[in-house]
Design a protein around this ligand. Structure first.
Ligand code: FAD
Ligand code: 2HG
Ligand code: ZN
Length: 466
């Protein structure tokens, strides 16, 4: 439990009701979405604005207290889970959203605004937000910038980093760097905002973001396309991307995932007994349903198709994809081990075959679930039925990914979950450069010290080693 004077100092900054220290009340802030990681903390502090964030940071850094920034706590790599003595700095009260500027197609959103709220504000003004994923109702702008979130529309609009025009960030000494003017062209030195994208709460607290919106493309159509083999489904990715300039999403699913979703939602699989499927969304252009039909009609290995153009039927098809995470989290008695990897597209089909036989060999008792953002070469590898601390399959899968030229994190980040494997993708020189950046911006090691960078071991010669 926290020392009373520390809590009093924090309460004097944010107000008594916004410093939580009762373990029952803080439980949801200390437990990650999958419930795989449960931490402890000194307190959860909920500042109302940037100046309160700055004062909390100043107090923590001058008192040697670690801060774990937290938004919606939907992260899947344990990055927002505190350890004893930490302060969880929740941004949920920084949820304001400014007016959409129709000339630039931009909006400024507080770090605690949800992705869904930004999308709603954009839509109301005739625009859209280019990032979307199933956790949209809880995931925040701060968290999605800090993880450089991907999601369903990367194939068209890119990752979160591409939407960020500028940020406001509180650094470890409590200073505020603010770059929210909205200039698209601005070559005045280092791009601190870009550095914060994907920094996972290790460099500062993002308090606000200036975001680029995308034009509302207009009419949409969605097709769920079943194939007779994984090779055929993967081979369709290039032709679909080439044939459909307005391609908004290209998602991969398998029969076992669909069957589990069917059980949970109480519906029959939409294509019946089909082993592998692509969900394809087209937005805009002239007659998207005809564009889809024409492109799908030219593919090899197609065995079934369901098409939707009205909003309700499109949402029905999307539900099969969006419900995967929730459904898999209910399988078995222990939380799933979740990996999100990218492969070079030419090796994707081989990876899918090899990861299946690898997991069957290394952990025959486990169940493997594969699905993901096919257009980006991004496969989500979920493994259920493992003991929570069993990392042997994780190591084997990540080593396979790296040996095939892939990335051990496509979009969820490194967090706690994968920090010991960062070396599979980053050279010693890169990790040393990361540490220099961390030391320069956070010399007191205040922010999220247990994520992203590998733990430093002290050797018998007293030398530190990553
Ligand atoms: P949190 O979980 O609160 O934090 C995540 C990380 O960001 C932590 O390291 C934290 O310290 C840091 N952080 C949070 N806020 C700030 C801030 N203001 N300043 C500095 N650091 C901060 N992710 C994808 O990329 N694509 C998907 O398709 C996707 N789908 C998902 C579906 C489901 C059902 C779920 C549960 C999760 C999904 N995710 C996905 C993962 C998750 O939603 C994203 O990583 C999201 O961006 C996290 O946002 P958050 O606000 O919940 O962040
Ligand atoms: C998705 O694409 C998310 O649905 C979550 O990134 C993936 O549950 C997962 O592993
Ligand atoms: Zn994803």
């Amino acid at each position: 439990m926290a020392d009373a004077s520390g809590l009093d100092a924090l309460r004097s900054i944010v107000g008594h009701p916004h410093v939580l220290d009762d373990p029952e009340v803080t439980a949801s802030y200390r437990t990650d979405w999958t419930a795989r990681w449960v931490g402890t903390c000194r307190a959860v502090v909920r500042p109302a604005d940037t100046s309160e964030v700055a004062a909390v940071v100043r107090w923590c850094s001058s008192n040697g207290v670690h801060i774990v920034p937290q938004g919606g706590n939907t992260g899947l790599v344990g990055g927002a889970v505190p350890s004893a003595g930490d302060v969880v700095l929740s941004t949920l009260r920084l949820s304001s959203i400014g007016e959409v500027d129709d000339r630039s197609g931009q909006v400024t959103a507080g770090a605690g605004a949800t992705v869904a709220a930004v999308e709603a504000a954009a839509r109301a003004a005739g625009w859209r937000y280019g990032v979307d994923f199933a956790a949209r109702e809880s995931a925040t702008i701060g968290g999605s910038v800090a993880t450089n979130a991907g999601g369903h529309h990367v194939v068209r609009h890119g990752m979160t980093r591409r939407q960020v025009i500028g940020l406001e960030v509180v650094l470890a000494d409590g200073s505020v760097v603010s770059h929210l003017g909205g200039l698209v062209k601005d070559n005045t030195g280092y791009d601190l905002g870009a550095l914060m994208c994907g920094s996972e709460g290790t460099l500062g607290v993002i308090t606000s973001a200036r975001l680029a919106l995308v034009p509302d493309a207009g009419e949409r159509a969605v097709a769920l396309v079943g194939f007779d083999s994984v090779d055929a489904a993967v081979a369709a990715i290039g032709p679909l991307r080439r044939a459909i300039p307005e391609l908004e999403a290209l998602e991969l699913m398998f029969a076992d995932g669909i069957a589990s979703v069917a059980e949970v939602i109480g519906a029959s699989p939409p294509l019946g007994d089909v082993a592998v499927m692509l969900l394809v969304e087209v937005a805009g252009g002239h007659d998207p349903i005809a564009v889809l039909g024409d492109a799908v009609g030219r593919l090899d290995g197609v065995v079934a198709v369901a098409v939707a153009d009205d909003a309700t039927r499109r949402a029905d098809l999307w539900r099969w994809r969006d419900a995967h995470t929730e459904t898999i989290s209910r399988v078995g008695t222990t939380p799933p081990h979740k990996l999100d990897v990218t492969l070079p597209l030419p090796r994707l089909a081989r990876f899918i075959a090899e990861v299946r036989s690898l997991v069957a060999t290394v952990a025959p008792e486990a169940r493997l679930w594969l699905f993901g953002h096919a257009g980006d070469g991004n496969i989500h590898v979920n493994i259920t039925g493992l003991a929570p601390d069993d990392e042997s399959v994780v190591a084997a899968v990540l080593e396979l990914v790296a040996s095939m030229g892939g990335s051990i994190s496509a979009e969820h980040g490194i967090g706690r979950a994968k920090r010991q494997w960062l070396h599979l993708n980053r050279s010693p020189a890169e990790i040393a450069a990361f540490r220099s950046i961390k030391r320069a911006l956070d010399p007191t090691a205040t922010f999220n010290p247990r994520v992203l960078l590998p733990e430093i071991e002290a050797t018998s010669e007293g030398v530190e080693r990553s």
